[in-house]
Write a protein of this length. Structure first.
Ligand code: ZN
Length: 347
């Protein structure tokens, strides 16, 4: 039986902008944390300690040793056992605050399941590592009028902005089209420092708390972009007039939510113990030499005129072709294959 502690949220209530009313609203809220990595673990912990009533943790991956440098809810036992991130996070969060209802979802989010997984949530924290998912969430948020807080961080730089799910501007006013595969740095190719991801996740949660505690007038309408290494802070205006024809918030053409793009069918079993992931966009041309250069620091790389291959271990490798197709050998798990492509190719 849970025994509410009268003192648990005292300091948060004392903060006048939240007060008793704001705290009550926080405790009535349902927040989904999408992705339980560097941003998601920190965001989930802050939301849990703040007393959000229900938190859904959505992630398809298992805990790996390379996660521990920055993903604060996990420990050596989790990495050794290779437990799912969503389950490990919820177990730890229950120890932190057993008043919160925690819902783990070990799932590869896509157009076919987003309705069920996010239905009824008040706000989504974007702690993902790829653009197709963000485009999908953007469509879903606009179609349901749900707020979400975009966050991204690679290296020592990141950015944050809350999109309220009503009329624009939306995420596609900021990023109109999917970047081609292999162009964007990822944490797995360019590295990342834990202090930067903690800071970006904290900024996301600050915007989220403003939103759910009825302090919406304090939510920033600019993209806050910070380069922590070079000490640069930029606030980027994002007004509807910048994208008068936005396909998502103006035309309300939700191509990612319909599954026209980035459908589950983009992944296919490819022979025995291999999965092929097609690029979400047509006409892709990968610079294989550049990709090979990025992978040099990651593992053993094999290059030919036709493909570049990254070996993770003796049995698992990722082969990337010039047209953007990727084949992950050594698994028949589509979610794991997709995760490796997102992390090491970047989509
Ligand atoms: Zn838009």
């Amino acid at each position: 039986m849970n025994q509410p502690s009268p003192d648990r949220y005292a300091r948060q209530r004392q903060f006048a902008r939240i007060g008793h009313d704001g705290q009550h609203r926080i405790e009535q809220s349902d927040v989904a944390v999408l992705g339980c990595g560097a941003l998601g673990t920190v965001a989930a912990e802050l939301l849990c300690r703040a007393g959000v009533g229900r938190i859904r943790i959505i992630d398809r991956d298992v805990v790996e040793w390379t996660n521990l440098q920055r993903q604060s809810l996990f420990d050596c036992d989790d990495a050794r056992a290779g437990v799912s991130k969503a389950d490990a996070a919820c177990r730890r969060l229950r120890q932190i605050n057993d008043l919160v209802e925690l819902v783990p979802e070990v799932i590869d989010l896509n157009a076919g399941n987003i309705e069920r997984v996010l239905s009824g949530t008040d706000l989504v924290i974007d702690a993902t590592d790829n653009f197709p998912i963000r485009f999908l969430v953007n469509d879903w948020a606009l179609s349901t009028g749900t707020a979400w807080v975009h966050g991204g961080c690679v290296g020592a730089a990141g950015q944050v902005r809350l999109f309220d799910g009503s009329a624009g501007p939306c995420f596609r006013c900021l990023v109109p089209d999917l970047p081609p595969p292999g162009i964007i740095d990822t944490c797995d190719t360019a590295g990342v420092i834990g202090s930067a991801t903690h800071a970006i996740a904290s900024l996301q949660v600050t915007e989220a708390i403003k939103w759910i505690s009825a302090n919406r007038q304090f939510v920033s309408d600019q993209v806050l972009a910070i380069d922590f290494w070079n000490n640069k802070i930029r606030q980027i205006d994002l007004t509807p007039s910048l994208s008068p024809h936005c396909i998502a918030c103006v035309q309300r053409n939700f191509e990612f939510l319909r599954g026209d793009k980035f459908a589950a069918g983009d992944a296919a079993m490819c022979g025995r113990n291999a999965v092929q992931i097609s690029p979400p966009q047509q006409g892709v041309s990968i610079d294989l030499e550049q990709m090979a250069g990025r992978w040099q620091a990651v593992g053993s790389v094999q290059s030919t005129r036709f493909f570049v291959r990254l070996h993770f271990d003796e049995s698992t490798h990722l082969t990337l072709f010039r047209d953007g197709r990727a084949v992950v050998q050594g698994t028949d798990d589509v979610a794991r294959a997709r995760s490796l492509v997102d992390r090491f190719v970047g989509t």
